[in-house]
Design a protein around this ligand. Sequence first.
Ligand SMILES: [Fe+2]
Length: 306
Amino acid sequence: MIRYRKLGYVALNVTDVARSTAFYRDVVGLAQVGEAGGAQCLRCDFDHHNIMLFGGPRPGLKRIGFEMASRRDFDALFDLLCAKGLRVAEVPAAESAQVHQGASFRLTEPFTGATFEFYESMREFGGQPYVPTVAKIQRLGHVVLRTPDYADAVAFFTDVLNFQVSDSIEGAVTFMRCFPNPFHHSFGLGNGKARGLHHVNFMVTEVDDIGRAIWRFNGAKVPIVNGPGRHPPSGSMFLYFLDPDGMTLEYSFGMEEFPEVAPRKPRVLEPIRESFDYWGAPTDPRKAAVGEIEGAEAGAASRAGA
Ligand SMILES: [Fe+2]
């Protein structure tokens, strides 16, 4: 059974790297690490990077990195995906060393078209914890993508990658754990007309991080596009806001954790507004409106040959 350690990092394409680096550092509260592998790296954990910002004309997702539980799991996943004829590419050792990672490979996931990177390890940044500034960020929490191939994508993540479903809102979104990571979801899939990035989440330490963010964002003219509210599936209090390119980010406070053995069964919630938010916060149409998945159409088209 394939085992993961955690969602490790998200690489984003941004139109102005300097502007976005300042935003993720000063407004979101990540620590800037510096340039590596052609990207500006920032972190909110022990890792060298949890966010990578690449310059590009179209804002969106470049790739998502998951850290494997062990070298054995890394090798087993690589062999499994190759045996299924999927598009898998080893990252050259020089390239993974440049970004302070151990052995790494990338998969073009056939139903979202997104690039997923699986890596054996990542260097810690000087062995020092990240020091919070404007928000007590605990970790990179999760990423949600949307795809018209929703049911197939959910089946791929559960049946092939061994992600576990925690809950779903029927026909709309499925929340998954990267087994055996305990958090309710490290990854989510939404049912959408087009492939795209829905949002990137950072988990914060206390309710005050949410409250302070509201006023910090108001002062900095950062659009809040949904929240504060509370998600019924995970129990998380949420606040969604936009980065300088209009991509949607989320702070969340509190999340259900699952035991590895004998977890509760997944729930299916009715596809009604109340299933998304106990509090009834209005949603700005700009929420999740920006963020293309790099190479999505070509990546999704590849499944015909997979
Ligand atoms: Fe979220």
